[in-house]
Every structure is written in structure tokens, then in C-alpha cells.
Write a protein that binds this ligand. Structure first.
Ligand code: NAD
Length: 481
């Protein structure tokens, strides 16, 4: 039988134990895998590779394009980069898929009916990792949301729903506040939803959406979200389903994919044959589906469900009222192996669609560029006096051929006519526009303004161009503007 090469990393802490258990089950099930092992994690970090992966490992990942990864321990302290983020970004793994399912009554849960899949955007948002300390008091993290990023993840969510016979895709954003960034995500979600009339769609503001997810998860099916909300809420969803220790996750890109458990390396449990291998095993089942081994995925998944149903439980899910046997990692794996070919009797058996070639990567076509016009500039200024009126006098003196329109501190107007209650931090955004409404300005005018600021010892931090796109404003107004 032809075998499929995959790259495997055993990781740190409980990683080697749960990976051995997972590989034993896959091997005994007859999964046609050819395993290439690479080293990642703590030892690699400590050997001087700041991203926790040896340069030679990329060659295996690029060749097999399928990565089954155990959790790793990220050393504390500065200088070390997250291996997960490095792998996701380097291989362009834009979709993070996390099924969160409850197994009532066999595993304790507040939500007996829960089967939610979180589809998290995996490459951008606040995770672009662009942060700056701008003044004594103020730090900034850039939130970047792109149209291709939104199109890719929203198409993925609807394609996933269609392939997996799911009925509804929900979108969570905070576009009542972040009208441009989250607004774009919501807008693209609506555009994409219109192409899938067979699948229901809805949008919730993330705060009330999260509350509803935690309260009545049975009302959700697939949920698509920008990176940060997805990171937080997929852990919440997994935990309220039963345990974060039970969830697997897939990171999917156009050419490669990575599969893992969502939990970490639990160092305190390492080396004691205690850890539950279920999260990684469920991750490996997502991998089997991805590589076209739907039948094998079904075989392993149903044997696992039967094991859970038979009350063979590791310490983390053991509960005297339902569990029958408390087992270690190895014994749990053997219990799953013994049930290969069986199906659960009370929990619903799983079926995976066979003979499909999975979800095709979405091909992004850039739209016709809109007419971009420069209409002003925000100059961010560090002002240790924290006195907007005094700062305005200095700025009016250097405004030249531009008009100083307003000054805000952390987005709230402090000049002209700032409210006396508003705290003015040492960080201000000073908005300059053309003298007449509807006029454009030039880059030369911005450079001239900055030169005059430098001459007047105004400590500018950065500028942001104010543009319109086909006449539509491409920037937010200051609160109170
Ligand atoms: P963790 O998920 O490793 O462990 C939290 C607790 O959950 C553990 O103490 C343990 O009681 C329990 N637990 C987790 N997985 C379990 C399992 N399979 N079986 C039984 N019990 C389990 O989280 P942490 O303690 O915050 O992080 C430990 C290390 O893992 C850190 O170095 C962190 O950076 C890393 N981490 C790695 C990944 C990854 O590689 N994907 C993800 C998260 C955290």
C-alpha cells in the first residue's frame, strides 16, 4: 500500500508520551503513514535557535506538507519567539480549525448538547507582532486586517461548513467600535455568505456573542472570527465542552497543514504516564481527513468515542459517577486499539465524507484599485506637558499651509474645546487637513510640516496619512470630532 509521508515532532513535557500513544493507535489502525521525525521545542531553543526549530526541519515540512506536532515548552524570558506563530506564518497556515464537542453523559460538562467548530483567522490581526513603546506612558500594538486575509478565512469557514454538512456559519467581530478593521471582516463575511445560500449565516458583536456561546453553545454551529477573539474563545469553547485537554486543532494553509492538541506541554504531569492523549489524537484525526484518509479517520474516531463511552478515562476526565476505569496514557491508547472497528453505542458515531479532495485553497483576486486621495495627516506627538492648549499653540505656529483640525489623546478630543474631565496623556494625535474642505494635500506638505515640527522641538512619533478611497473616508473620526 502506498504510504503518505508526514512530519512528526514529539515536543516537550507530556509531548513524547501523548505522541507515542497517538502514533501507536494510528499504526495499529493501519494508517498508511511514513513518519519523518524532527526536533522542536525547549532543547532547540536552548541550543540557540530563537524560534525553537532547527533550520533543517523546514526541509522536511516543505516536503511532506503535513505536520503532526506535540506541545512544546516555550522558555520564559525575552528573545524566544513562539514556535507556533513562526510555523503558522512561515507556512501560511491561515485557518485554525478547532472542533469543540461535549461527550455527555460520559464527560462532565455544563452543556450536554454542544458541537461547535471555531474557525480562527491565524495570520494577522494583533498577532502581526508590531508593537512600539511610543512615549513614557503609552504603548501601541498594531491591528492589521487585510481583505485577502478576510476573504480566505470566510471562504474557508463556509467551505468547511458545506464539506462537513454543517448548517450555519456565525461571525463574531467588534465592528461597532473598530469600524474599519473589524468592519472589513464583517463586510467580507456578508459578501462571502451571499455566495453560499445553502448555509445560514449570522453576525454577533463579539462580547454578546461570546456570552451566548458560553451560555447556549447548542445554538452555534461554525463560528468564524479574527485572530485574537478566536484564540480566546476557542479555549473557552473547548473548556466548557468538557476540557481543553480533549480538543484537537488543525492549522490549514494553501500548501501545508499542521495538526496538534490545543493544550500545552503540562510539564508537571510529564514522565508519569498520566496525560490524556485525546487532544493530540483528535488532532491526528483531523490530519487523516486532510490527507484523504476519511475511512481511517472514522475508524480511529469511533474507537476513541467507544473508549470514552466505556468509561476508560485518564485522571483529568475521571469521575467516579460515570468512569469505570482510571488509566494512564499507555493503557488509554491500548484501550482505543482494542476498540478499533467498534462504534459508540450511545454517543453519535462519526462519519467523514469520502472521495472528496477537501477544501480547495481560495484564490484571491485583487479588486480594481480605488481612487486614493490624500486629504490630511495625523501627526502623533509625545507631549510631556500633557497640556493640549499649550501644544496647540506650538502646532498652530508650524501648521503653515495646513490647518490644525483637532488634537486627541487616546482617541478622545482634547483640543479645541476639550472637556475638562478628559485626561490628556503624554501621547497625542494631531490632525492636520487642507485649509478648505474637499481639497487634497501632498506628501511634500507633510514632509514640510514635519521639518517645521523638528525645528520647533515638537517630539513627533509617527504620522498616518488620511486618505479617501473613491471619495469614501479611510480613517476614523476622533471621538467628539
Ligand atoms: P498546559 O495546557 O500545558 O497545562 C495546563 C494544565 O492542564 C496542566 O497543569 C494539566 O493539569 C492540564 N493538562 C493539559 N493537558 C493535559 C493532558 N493532555 N492531560 C492531562 N492534563 C492536561 O498549559 P500551561 O501550563 O499554561 O503551559 C505549559 C507550557 O506549554 C508552557 O511552556 C506553554 O508555553 C506551553 N504551551 C504550548 C502550546 C503548544 O505547543 N501548542 C500551547 C499552550 C501552551
Amino acid at each position: 500500500m502506498a504510504t503518505i509521508p508526514i512530519t512528526v515532532a514529539k515536543g516537550d513535557g507530556i509531548g513524547p508520551e501523548i505522541m507515542d500513544a497517538t502514533l501507536t493507535i494510528l499504526k495499529e489502525a493501519g494508517a498508511p503513514l511514513e513518519i519523518e521525525e524532527i526536533a522542536i521545542g525547549e532543547a532547540v531553543y536552548k541550543a540557540g535557535h530563537t524560534s525553537g526549530i532547527e533550520p533543517s526541519a523546514w526541509e522536511s515540512l516543505r516536503r511532506t506538507k503535513v505536520f503532526l506536532k506535540a506541545p512544546i515548552t516555550t522558555p520564559q524570558g525575552g528573545g524566544y519567539k513562539s514556535l507556533n506563530v513562526t510555523v503558522r506564518k512561515t507556512l501560511g497556515l491561515y485557518a485554525n480549525v478547532r472542533p469543540c464537542v461535549s461527550y455527555h453523559p460520559f464527560i462532565q460538562t455544563k452543556h450536554p448538547v454542544m458541537n461547535v467548530v471555531i474557525v480562527r483567522e491565524n495570520e494577522e490581526d494583533l498577532y502581526a507582532g508590531i508593537e512600539h513603546r511610543q512615549t513614557d506612558e503609552v504603548y501601541q500594538c498594531l491591528k492589521l486586517i487585510s481583505r485577502p486575509g478576510c476573504e480566505k478565512i470566510c471562504h474557508y469557514a463556509f467551505d468547511y461548513a458545506r464539506l462537513n454538512n454543517r448548517k450555519k456559519v456565525t461571525c463574531f467581530t467588534k465592528d461597532n467600535i473598530m469600524k474599519l478593521t473589524d468592519g472589513l471582516f464583517h463586510k467580507v463575511f456578508d459578501e462571502v455568505a451571499a455566495k453560499y445560500p445553502d448555509i445560514e449565516n449570522e453576525h454577533w458583536i463579539v462580547d454578546i456573542g461570546a456570552a451566548k456561546l458560553a451560555d447556549t453553545p447548542e445554538n452555534f454551529d461554525v463560528i468564524v472570527m479574527p485572530n485574537l477573539y478566536g484564540d480566546v474563545l476557542s479555549d473557552v469553547a473547548a473548556q466548557i465542552a468538557g476540557s481543553v485537554g480533549l480538543a484537537g486543532s488543525a492549522n490549514i494553509g494553501p500548501t501545508a497543514a499542521m495538526f496538534e492538541a490545543i493544550h500545552g506541554s503540562a510539564p508537571r504531569r510529564a514522565g508519569q504516564n498520566l496525560a490524556n492523549p485525546s487532544g493530540l489524537l483528535l488532532g491526528s484525526i483531523l490530519m487523516l481527513v486532510h490527507i484523504g484518509e476519511a475511512e481511517m479517520a472514522e475508524r480511529v474516531h469511533n474507537a476513541w468515542l467507544r473508549t470514552i463511552e466505556d468509561g476508560v478515562h485518564t485522571y483529568d476526565i475521571y469521575d467516579e459517577s460515570v468512569s469505570k476505569e482510571k488509566v494512564g496514557t499507555k493503557e488509554f491508547a491500548q484501550a482505543v486499539v482494542a476498540r478499533l472497528g467498534q462504534k459508540p453505542e450511545q454517543l453519535a458515531a462519526v462519519t467523514y465524507k469520502k472521495g472528496t479532495d477537501g477544501i480547495k485553497p481560495f484564490e484571491y483576486t485583487p479588486p480594481t484599485p480605488q481612487k486614493k486621495e490624500l486629504v490630511g495627516v495625523d501627526v502623533f506627538v509625545c507631549d510631556a506637558t500633557r497640556d493640549a492648549n499649550k501644544l496647540s499653540e506650538k502646532l498652530l505656529a508650524v501648521a503653515g499651509d495646513l490647518k490644525l483640525k483637532l488634537i486627541t489623546s487616546r482617541g478622545v478630543k482634547v483640543w479645541p474645546e476639550g472637556a475638562p474631565e478628559t485626561y490628556c496623556a503624554d501621547h497625542t494625535r494631531c490632525r492636520f487637513v487642507a485649509p478648505e474642505a474637499g481639497q487634497t494635500i501632498t506628501h511634500e506638505q507633510i514632509v514640510g510640516l514635519l521639518q517645521r515640527c523638528a525645528g520647533a522641538s515638537i517630539d513627533f512619533i509617527k504620522t498616518e496619512s488620511l486618505c479617501t478611497f473613491d471619495g469614501e473616508i479611510g480613517y476614523s473620526l476622533g471621538q467628539g470630532e
